[in-house]
Design a protein around this ligand. Structure first.
Ligand code: SAM
Length: 272
């Protein structure tokens, strides 16, 4: 969890606030209340005091600098000193379409993809998907995966909580890609590497990545994606496990477009 200084030199982790917890204070400034585990952590573990500052994200890309006014294990209140775009969020918004993988492998893709900076996940079913939940399980799966992503976003200090979209049937995948910059990772691709696919684009602010299941894509599936405008790319001459391919490709895209540079805090004088 990234840390910011508290105004008294104490290192404080970044917190998350629910935007609904913001309200107008009596002197026109915004006030925020933090409850639950975070309040307990601030009061009992970090021994935060009124007057100290914390930084908090709202999970929607905004970063707040807050001066604490009241600290108890039940609730911590503070005045918002400044709000800015959360620099922990990459400008490049990547959506990873991942054919559902068995058990922990899917959890791994969601957790590591969130830490790396993926903005949304679309779990889908393709011809060779092995882990095929029954339709009545789709909701529960999505809920569980969203919890994994939310926890990883908090741990890694994301400014945004990535979205896990509903389980998507193959028939709906190609149409979702229309007009979007889309790369399909295909080990059968022999002419276009990821570097080549990116060299033609100086800037990129949205990208779709499509990665197959343990059994890979059928040639017809790759052709259907390419017909929809996707570019099939090789991730090298070695066969990667599916759970390696997605996070790797996302990391390489973010690196290529400068989204893995360490950025200064949004607030230049944030407790330094
Ligand atoms: N067909 C593979 C095999 O022969 O074992 C199985 C698929 S691979 C385990 C799972 C997915 O990872 C593929 O569908 C593809 O999306 C991606 N992938 C793995 N290695 C790749 C590579 N070298 N280049 C591009 N994509 C790759």
């Amino acid at each position: 969890m990234p840390i910011w200084r508290s105004g008294t030199g104490k290192k404080m982790p970044k917190f998350f606030i629910d935007p609904a917890a913001l309200r107008a204070g009596d002197r026109g400034q915004q006030q925020v209340t933090i409850g639950g585990e975070d309040a307990h952590h601030l009061a009992r573990v970090l021994r935060a005091k009124p007057g100290e500052r914390i930084t908090a994200g709202d999970g929607q890309g905004n970063l707040y600098e807050v001066e604490l006014t009241e600290v108890t294990p039940e609730a911590v209140r503070g005045n918002v000193l400044a709000v800015g775009p959360d620099q922990a969020e990459p400008a490049l918004k990547i959506t990873l379409f991942q054919s559902i993988l068995k058990g922990e492998k899917m959890d791994w893709v969601l957790q590591k993809g969130t830490e790396i900076g993926i903005t949304a996940f679309v779990p889908f079913l393709s011809a060779r998907t092995i882990a095929r939940p029954a339709p009545h399980q789709f909701g529960k799966k999505q809920e569980r995966w969203q919890k994994i992503v939310t926890a990883a976003a908090k741990q890694s200090g994301r400014g945004l909580i990535p979205t896990v979209h509903p389980v998507t049937p193959w028939s709906a995948v190609p149409p979702k890609l229309t007009g979007q910059f889309t790369l399909v990772a295909w080990e059968g691709e022999t002419t276009c590497s990821l570097r080549q696919a990116l060299s033609a684009r100086k800037e990129l602010f949205a990208a779709q990545l499509v990665v197959g299941p343990e059994g890979g894509f059928t040639p017809e599936e790759v052709a259907a994606l390419v017909r929809q405008g996707a570019r099939s790319v090789s991730l090298g001459p070695r066969i990667l496990r599916a759970e390696t391919a997605g996070p790797l490709a996302a990391g390489l895209l973010l690196y290529h477009y400068g989204a893995l540079e360490s950025t200064p805090s949004t607030f230049p004088n944030n407790g330094r």
